[in-house]
Design a binder for this molecule. Structure first.
Ligand code: UDP
Length: 387
């Protein structure tokens, strides 16, 4: 069967955790094949020329309510506590987002804000979180008016930039990630655990992969080594039959040579700038829903509280994914709607025809996972198997 029991395609969080679990729990020999020149997938970070730890594929802020994920990762890293806060540039002011009672008071007169606050609390309860699309359906006319205002100023233009369509045209779960918060909690996430790996995500993933049974090859296109035969449901690796387990964390349409058509993704272009300034902005991230072509600016030094005479920022320009255009060929977000889901399901049926392929991660599952979801899924695969 060759040298390896398990081949993992993709060295991001999902691939790394799957590799580590197979090696550690089952003593399997694992090969991880990564097409890029680095591990850690889109969580890849590094210290740049100004000494600042930057996230090469945009800001990644770890948060979870899942103790199992937190405990697992804590074996491989120490943490720097960090609670993400985001400001939005709206009405020529910087106000907290998620929209919460503090935001309300910054945007309305005292009396208006007081009345709306009472109404929000009476309708939904203090400390509740209401997706904007739900608030727009509120039974109360005053709240519907508020929802319209929040929708117009915070959501509609940002979402149009980010996704190329309106909030109604994508899954409601997307805008529900940033609900209206009926409390004074300004934090972007409310999870129990919020922290950044002390030495960054790349070092963390390197530690996860640092098992003697695991071999990692970078700069390697897996499709040149691995062939799937859908008819006979067999896998070959370097021309030899491979009967071990294949863990696939890439795009299913690519794995099956686009036989059911392409799965749409949204991509991003990043504009990094290092400036001779101690600080560029007051928060890690400032969102620009209504102006500019970019959606947000992130200033990295805030994340770990780094001190330096310079600062590095990144602007994010959303764009369609295009696998044939090197400036657009990094997939970041699956675009899930009914049509795309059906296409994905057709690919999933092909995968399921093989008894020895496991899919994992945001790309292969075509789901808008957060980091902790990806890790939890990989861990759960083994919990289910062991019980
Ligand atoms: N969103 C918005 N305005 C904002 C922030 C978010 O309309 O100021 C919407 C937008 O559709 C976005 C989604 O909420 O894609 C989820 O936002 P999140 O910050 O979770 O996106 P991510 O960090 O994953 O890109």
């Amino acid at each position: 069967m060759g040298d390896y029991d398990v081949i993992v395609i993709g060295g991001g969080f999902s691939g790394a955790v799957m590799a580590e679990r197979f090696a550690n729990l089952q003593n399997k020999r694992v090969l991880v094949i990564e097409q890029r020149a680095h591990i850690a997938g889109n969580c890849f970070d590094y210290v740049n020329e100004a000494g600042i730890l930057v996230h090469h594929y945009g800001p990644h802020l770890f948060h979870t309510n899942k103790s199992a994920v937190w405990d697992y990762l804590s074996q491989f890293t120490e943490w720097t506590p960090y609670e993400h806060k985001v400001l939005a540039a709206v009405d020529s002011k910087l106000v907290p987002i998620p929209f919460n009672l503090n935001t309300l008071e910054m945007m309305f007169s005292h009396d208006e804000a007081e009345a709306l606050k009472q109404c929000l609390i009476a309708t939904y309860g203090f400390d509740s979180k209401v997706p904007i699309l739900e608030l727009r359906q509120s039974p109360d006319a005053k709240l519907r008016e508020l929802a319209e205002c929040v929708y117009e100023k915070f959501f509609v233009n940002y979402t149009t930039k980010q996704w190329g369509c309106s909030p109604e045209q994508i899954s409601p779960s997307v805008t529900a990630r940033v609900p209206v918060v009926i409390s004074r909690d300004d934090r972007y996430f409310q999870d129990r655990y919020q922290a950044i790996p002390k030495e960054g995500y790349t070092k963390l993933v390197a530690k996860i992969l640092a098992h003697p049974n695991i071999t990692v090859t970078l700069n390697t296109d897996a499709t040149s080594l691995i062939k799937l035969d859908v008819q006979s449901r067999t896998i070959t690796f370097k021309g030899q039959p491979f009967n071990g387990t294949l863990v696939f964390t890439g795009m299913l349409d690519q794995l099956f040579a686009y036989c059911h058509g392409e799965l749409p993704y949204r991509s991003l272009q990043f504009d990094f700038q290092t400036l001779d300034l101690e600080q560029f902005q007051a928060a890690t991230t400032v969102n620009y829903p209504n102006e500019h072509r970019y959606t947000r600016i992130t200033e990295f030094k805030h994340i770990l509280g780094q001190k330096s005479a310079q600062t590095t920022i990144v602007k994010e320009y959303p764009q369609d994914y295009d696998r044939l255009d090197p400036t657009k060929n990094v997939p970041y977000y699956p675009i899930f709607n009914d049509q795309n889901q059906q296409r994905f399901d057709a690919y999933k049926t092909l995968v399921d025809g093989f008894t020895n392929i496991i899919t994992a991660g945001r790309l292969a599952d075509y789901k808008y996972y957060n980091m902790d979801d990806a890790i939890a899924n990989a861990l759960n695969y083994f919990v289910a198997k062991d019980s």
